[in-house]
Design a protein around this ligand. Structure first.
Ligand code: PLP
Length: 396
């Protein structure tokens, strides 16, 4: 029998759907995949070149557990230049992916019985990482009519003496919500006053639309910096999902504790990937902006297409690369006598009947929505929307 701890969590549902779609593709079936959370662009050439150079220079050994000094310094420069936040290299932990950095930080901050507030719908790994740390995820629902923004009042009401951390992710996966400075000031002030830590997952920071500006919560409320840990990574902005590179930045004591945890788990992020990370942060602004512009175009295409499908409504995502159409009108329907019942049923139906992979909203605590990733080509987006429209029309 696996441990009680392992039994408490689930294999990431997004990975399950993606695996099923992949298996179908391997059988030669033409699946349109709207399930994956990764950009379809190649990693920028400069980044690849830097990794190749590091390999050729035999930079292939263990590095310092918390990352090479060059990269930690580059991260400090990035945080100051782009976010107006000052860190020293010993306040930065480089990890093999943002998910790994988050895991070490959650383990470093959360004790058994601690409550961790997570605005929902939320990314699937937050609650399970909290459970692995023996903490309790406390979900605070955000509403479609608010663009899935957390209301400060709802946050204040959810706080108890056991509340230790708020995990705030924006641009949000799956809702695309992006907070304004004013909203962050309100939320941040509550956390500061109540002595609650904030884990700010900023991995989609660069993918933000309609001329919005990204503000880090620690910049909006400077007094909150001493109880905030920023999580960020290279996967989404630089199209580097497979490289596995991310980081955490926060108060020295917590970063040192997270580093200790990392030292007994993954150890350092891959040596030559770290070298490439420096180039990504310092030389790829144009490439990132080009991808952002393309994502914005695709978002507009998806929103336009979804608005033409009878029975669907879809809030406009403000950032990231996901749309979350409301499918509640289809959940009491049937296909050939089989009821759809919930978003898992609908996702399964779409995969089987339309060869279209989407993620059921239930996986993100969004029981009336499905998540569509628009990190795919315009041609596939058009084809996928057509399949979605045809398949939904067949439900009775
Ligand atoms: N945070 C959020 C909100 C994500 O959506 C993801 C990936 O899907 C991650 C973190 C993890 O990213 P990484 O590939 O750096 O582990």
């Amino acid at each position: 029998m696996p441990s009680e701890r392992a039994n408490q969590i689930q294999l990431s549902p997004t990975m399950r759907i993606a695996a099923r779609a992949l298996a179908m593709k391997a059988q030669g079936i033409d699946v349109v995949d709207f399930s994956v959370g990764e950009p379809d662009f190649p990693t920028p050439e400069k980044i690849k070149k830097a990794a190749k150079q590091a390999l050729d220079a035999n930079f292939t050994k263990y590095t310092a557990n918390d990352g090479i000094p060059e990269l930690r310094q580059a991260i400090c420069r990035k945080l100051e230049r782009e976010n107006g936040l000052r860190f020293s290299p010993d306040e930065v932990l480089v990890s093999p992916g943002a998910k790994a950095a988050l895991f070490c930080v959650v383990m470093a901050l959360v004790d058994e019985g601690d409550d961790v507030i997570i605005p929902s719908p939320c990314w699937v790994s937050y609650p399970d990482q909290v459970r692995l740390a023996k903490g309790n995820p406390v979900f605070v629902r955000t509403r479609e009519e608010d663009g899935f923004h957390l209301r400060a009042r709802d946050l204040a009401e959810a706080i108890t003496p056991n509340t230790r951390v708020l995990i705030l992710n924006y641009p949000c996966n799956p809702t695309g919500a992006v907070y304004t400075r004013e909203e962050l000031e309100e939320i941040g002030e509550i956390c500061r006053r109540e002595g609650i830590w904030v884990i700010a997952d900023e991995i989609y920071e660069k993918l933000i639309y309609d001329g919005r500006r990204f503000t880090s919560i620690a910049a909006a409320v400077p007094a909150l910096a001493k109880q905030t840990v920023i999580i960020n990574g290279f996967s989404k902005a630089f199209s580097m999902t497979g490289w596995r590179l991310g980081y955490a930045a926060g108060p020295r004591e917590i970063i040192a504790a997270a580093s200790k945890i990392q030292s007994h788990n993954t150890s350092n992020a891959t040596s030559f990937v770290q070298k490439a990370g420096v180039v990504a942060l310092e030389e790829c602004e144009l490439e990132v902006e080009r991808m952002r512009v393309e994502f914005e175009r695709r978002r507009n295409l998806v929103i336009q297409g979804l608005s033409r499908i009878p029975g669907l409504s879809c809030p406009v995502p403000e950032g990231a690369f996901y749309a979350m159409p409301n499918v509640s009108r289809f959940l009491d329907k049937e296909f050939s006598g089989s009821p759809v019942r919930n978003t898992y049923g609908l996702a399964y139906y779409l995969l089987k009947e339309a060869k279209l992979a989407v993620v059921p909203g239930d996986a993100f605590m969004a029981p009336e929505h499905i998540r569509i990733s628009f990190a795919t080509s315009e041609e596939r987006i058009r084809e996928g929307l057509k399949r979605l429209s045809d398949a939904l029309a067949k439900l009775e």
